[in-house]
Design a protein around this ligand. Structure first.
Ligand SMILES: [Zn+2]
Length: 71
């Protein structure tokens, strides 16, 4: 028996590598889909964040340090 429809899926579950199911694809079960979601929320995925450390920030020259100028 080799014609398992679940095994025919080219993309396995990214969480556990089992054959994904049509209902939960690309995951195999709702649980794996949930795990993936939590990974995203937990920041486990390496998403390119916005660079905030730009050394050439032009705003650095802006005169922002005069809190008492209004006096
Ligand atoms: Zn899975």
């Amino acid at each position: 028996m080799k014609a398992d429809p679940a095994n025919d899926n080219p993309k396995p579950c990214p969480i556990c590598d089992r054959p994904s199911t049509e209902k939960y694809r690309p995951f195999c079960t709702a649980r794996c889909a949930d795990v993936d979601l939590h990974r995203w929320l937990g920041g486990h995925y390496a998403i390119p964040a916005v660079e905030l450390d730009d050394p050439e920030d032009g705003d650095a020259e802006a005169p922002r340090e005069n809190p008492r100028q209004d006096d």
